[in-house]
Design a protein around this ligand. Structure first.
Ligand SMILES: Nc1nc2c(ncn2[C@@H]2O[C@H](COP(=O)(O)OP(=O)(O)O)[C@@H](O)[C@H]2O)c(=O)[nH]1
Ligand SMILES: [Mg+2]
Length: 432
């Protein structure tokens, strides 16, 4: 395939910065200083472990058993931060299934706050960044295989232009992006040449390594402030899953014993406020909303006021979906962020861009624009249950240096988990 050979000879753009995942040199189990010293029972119950150096190595986490089953708190209404505003009390009796697995991780910043400041939520156990992981069903086909309906036949394939082209095609179809796909295949060609390999199957590990090099592994699932409240600002275009993600996040945090206030900063879309309010009632979060057409920055301001007065642990600020191309609305988002920063030093502690995983490469365009406007700190990739196109994770990491922090896998309150690079790679290698 001369055409492909020619394409492959073009070097991918310089925008690609291979990144090494964190945790290199750290060994499983070697966390001498890693346990939070708030009592062994609490640490065991929450399976909380702090990684030295602030890097959160997901592989170790998995081996270390942090994804184990976790009983739902029996009384969600208890705790000093419960209560809240009139009509916005917790609804501990929610019928939704409680998360079974919790992941807890701390960044450097959060770690120092654990040491220096008591961030224990109601009940006394230290908690940061909590979202369940759903164990992969045994024998379930990978996302790629399900959606693309094919997998790369590694076995018995000789390394030649045709095989490499097919691999490149699958990567592109999986939304790795043309640049990354070409770069990966080129890397494999180099490995094959240097090591004198002839079978495609011999390149599987090399592909895994090359993809891992492109991934940005976040230091932690989420950053938590040393003093309350911690504020997360959710941004993204219309319909990607911002409000739903907020509901899920609130559920995970509340189940870990934190108090959560959600702010209905989407004052544009009819029903947006009610949608968030329903989620708040469903998961037991406090709620602050404004009148239709109200200034979203004012809603955020009021929400922070309420959170400060009530001693709320976490504030999740919803925003109206906006086309990344619409300057006026982007300016408004910048204003919301500025007002939050003015009200609470260091806030928002995360600006999370929610992307719809099904839109593939268009997500990159959105991420670029939102990053430029409000300095996005991480991505939530929603609707991963509906697509095989998770390759956009690689493109986001490689082109924009943005880590995928959380992955949405459904419409229910428990359908949110951290991005697991190992699982992702397993999917790539299974099908690619
Ligand atoms: N399948 C699936 N649907 C989702 C997920 N997240 C959100 N949705 C759905 O996507 C639609 C838009 O979500 P919404 O939160 O209102 O998006 P927003 O406009 O960004 O706030 C709703 O029907 C949600 O139920 C997800 O992870 N998986
Ligand atoms: Mg919304």
């Amino acid at each position: 395939m001369a055409g492909v050979g020619a394409r492959r000879r073009q070097r991918p753009g310089a925008g690609f910065r291979p990144r090494r995942p964190g945790g290199a040199g750290q060994r499983p189990g070697r966390v001498p200083d890693g346990r939070v010293r708030h009592g062994p029972a609490a640490a065991r119950a929450l399976r909380l472990r702090i990684v030295p150096g602030g890097r959160h190595d997901h592989r170790r986490v998995r081996r270390g058993g942090l994804f184990g089953r976790h009983a739902a708190p029996s009384d969600r209404s208890g705790g000093p931060h419960g209560g809240g505003g009139a009509g916005h009390g917790r609804t501990g009796g929610s019928a939704d299934p409680a998360p079974q697995n919790l992941v807890l991780a701390l960044s450097d910043r959060a770690r120092s706050s654990v040491r220096g400041v008591d961030i224990a939520p109601p009940g006394g156990a230290p908690v940061v960044g909590i979202f369940r992981r759903r164990p992969k069903e045994k024998g379930a086909p990978s996302l790629w295989r399900r959606t693309l309906g094919r997998a790369f036949p590694w076995k018995g394939r000789k390394i030649d232009d045709e095989a490499l082209e097919e691999l490149e095609e699958i990567l592109i179809e999986s939304d790795f992006g043309v640049q990354a796909s070409m770069s990966l295949v080129e890397t494999l060609q180099g490995v094959a040449r240097r090591q004198g390999l002839t079978e495609m199957a011999q390149l599987k590990d090399a592909l895994g390594d090359a993809v891992r090099d492109l991934l940005v592994i976040p230091e932690a699932d989420l950053v938590m402030a040393a003093t309350k409240p911690t504020v997360y600002l959710m941004v993204g275009v219309n319909g990607v899953g911002k409000t739903t993600t907020i509901g899920k996040m609130a559920r995970g945090l509340i189940d870990a014993g934190m108090s959560v206030l959600v702010a209905a900063g989407d004052t544009y879309r009819a029903g947006a406020r009610e949608q968030l309010e329903r989620w708040a009632q469903r998961v037991g979060a406090e709620f602050v909303g404004g009148q239709p057409g109200a200034d979203p920055a004012a809603v955020a301001f009021d929400a922070l006021d309420a959170a400060l007065a009530r001693g709320t642990d976490i504030v999740l600020v919803d925003t109206a979906g906006r086309l990344h191309t619409h300057k006026g609305l982007m300016d408004e988002l910048v204003k919301v962020k500025r007002v939050i920063a003015k009200k609470i030093e260091g806030a928002p502690h995360e600006v999370l861009l929610v992307l719809d995983a099904t839109v593939g490469q268009n997500g990159i365009v959105q991420a670029r624009e939102f990053k430029a406007a409000v300095d996005v700190s991480g991505i939530v990739l929603a609707k991963m249950d509906s697509t095989a196109r998770g390759g956009v994770v690689v493109a986001l990491s490689g082109e924009l240096g943005l880590p995928v922090r959380l992955v949405g896998t459904g419409e229910g309150p428990g359908d949110l988990g951290p991005f697991d690079p190992d699982e992702f790679l397993a999917g790539v290698l299974d099908s690619a």
